[in-house]
Ligand binder design. Sequence first.
Ligand code: SF4
Length: 87
Amino acid sequence: MGMRRRTGGFVLAVNPIQCDGFGHCTELAPDLVRLDEWGYPIIDKTPVALSNLSALESARLAVRGCPRQALRIERVSDLPEGPAHRT
Ligand code: SF4
């Protein structure tokens, strides 16, 4: 069997109970996080392909940089077919 491509995806997930709402994550991962009017993160639940290395690196930066450890990367094993996921 040959090498498998990285076909899965990920979503950046926030625990709203831990989050302090200062919005540091939007600076670390501006392509993944935007803020609501109170400064709490709004994260698109659409999976991002693991092959999108710049988005994955942004997500890792946000996870490491979150002062409340409120963020985590959740793996999604199968991306939906077609344009439903972000690449
Ligand atoms: S960096 Fe962490 S604590 Fe701050 S707004 Fe983002 S998720 Fe919340």
